[in-house]
Design a protein around this ligand. Structure first.
Ligand SMILES: [Zn+2]
Length: 126
């Protein structure tokens, strides 16, 4: 953003040298005190090496509320399409599926049955 203060020096164009106590021209803005797109400093938190991006991706998958296995996704779709459940219950069940998956590595048939029972509602077994 033009006019924004440099994130390296805070806008004064100089950075203190902790060893000598003197100041030096800021490497981020080259003394202008303004943030510049072409210094490479601005996006230092966003532009990461590929291995960082991969780990970020894995993190995102882990934090996702939705399941990742075939059975889990199918079950989550059934939950989503269930007309008798509230959206809050659906979110809770979807989260349960994802948690079950992360614990067991997949959706066990017992768990699938348990969830489907809730989809059908308490009167379904009668
Ligand atoms: Zn600077």
């Amino acid at each position: 953003m033009p006019g924004e203060s440099c994130g390296v020096c805070g806008g004064d164009g100089r950075i203190a040298n902790s060893f000598s106590g003197s100041t030096a021209t800021c490497p981020g803005c080259h003394g202008t005190g303004r943030r510049s797109e072409d210094t490479g400093f601005r996006d230092v938190t966003k532009t990461k090496p590929s291995h960082f991006r991969q780990s970020n991706k894995a993190e995102v998958v882990e934090k996702q509320t939705g399941p990742t296995s075939f059975e889990g996704i199918q079950l989550a779709n059934e939950v989503r399409d269930c007309p008798t459940l509230s959206s809050g219950t659906k979110a809770k069940l979807t989260l349960e599926i994802a948690e079950h998956e992360s614990t067991h590595g997949k959706c066990t048939q017992t768990f699938v049955k348990k969830v489907r029972k809730q989809l059908r509602g308490p009167t379904a077994d009668k």
